[in-house]
Design a protein around this ligand. Structure first.
Ligand code: SAM
Length: 239
């Protein structure tokens, strides 16, 4: 499997991704703002509008990290379980929740590939900027479908490939040159940010990822591009 541009064994990928997020956890929120010029907030707002959460619904926010999606979902009156493989990210998220006075979230350490939840527990499953870090993506998609109720919905926010030609070039230059430098400057961690950029480049484009979601058994699968597909929202239903 690929870790950025390097080929590694599956267990090595999982371990290295663990190192990346342990390393960036403390600076994660600052770096998101710095790298996206604050735009990640708008993408996340838009994403949660698409999920259209209703009060009382049970939602699993997978790879939930420091809680950005979970806090937005909880504000709509849903019951949110935040799951992440990385204890350091969850720790930062729990501290943020306390600081903001957000109660009632369930925080749990879990690997998206093998979930301990029973079948058909959740109304919706969300994963934002998480799936490309998962080693066995088809396994994670199958687990997502398993833990959803019938009629449950799957929503994924992830970087993809923009189809705007000029923009693609600018973005490529920006991300490969500037992001690792920003990582060095702001978080003293160039390697982690190099991985994050390389993993974006390696991630399947919209048609390919849509096909993977269908392969896992979801129906009515859609890809909604943002900025021509620089970022995309993939969604599907379990029937
Ligand atoms: N969803 C949050 C957000 O949008 O700000 C956090 C995204 S962060 C870029 C990616 C997260 O995916 C990290 O917290 C990382 O620990 C988590 N992750 C990576 N591999 C995972 C796996 N196999 N299972 C669960 N979480 C995973």
């Amino acid at each position: 499997v690929s870790f950025g541009y390097t080929d590694v064994t599956p267990s090595e990928k999982t371990a290295r991704v663990g190192d990346v997020f342990r390393s960036v956890a403390a600076r994660y929120d600052l770096m998101n703002d710095a790298m996206s010029g604050g735009m990640h907030r708008l993408w996340k707002d838009h994403f949660v509008r698409r999920v259209a959460p209703r009060p009382g619904e049970q939602i699993l926010d997978m790879a939930g990290g420091t809680g950005d999606i979970a806090f937005r979902l909880a504000a709509r009156g849903t019951r949110v379980t935040v799951a992440d493989i990385n204890a350091a990210m969850l720790e930062v998220g729990m501290q943020r929740a306390t600081k903001r006075g957000i109660n009632g979230l369930v925080w749990t350490e879990a690997n998206a590939e093998v979930l301990a939840f029973p079948d058909r527990q959740f109304d919706a499953y969300t994963i934002a900027f998480g799936i490309r870090n998962v080693t066995d993506i088809p396994a994670a998609l199958r687990e997502a479908r398993r833990v959803l109720k019938r009629g449950g919905r799957f929503f994924c926010l992830e970087f993809s490939t923009t189809t705007w030609p000029g923009f693609a070039d600018v973005y490529d230059a920006y991300s490969h040159r500037l992001v690792p430098k920003l990582g060095k400057l702001l978080a003293n961690d160039e390697a982690s940010y190099r991985y994050l950029i390389e993993s974006i480049r390696r991630f399947p484009d919209m048609p390919a990822f849509k096909a993977m979601i269908e392969e896992a058994g979801f129906v009515q699968v859609k890809a909604e591009p943002i900025l021509g597909g620089l970022v995309a929202i993939h969604s599907g239903w379990k029937i």
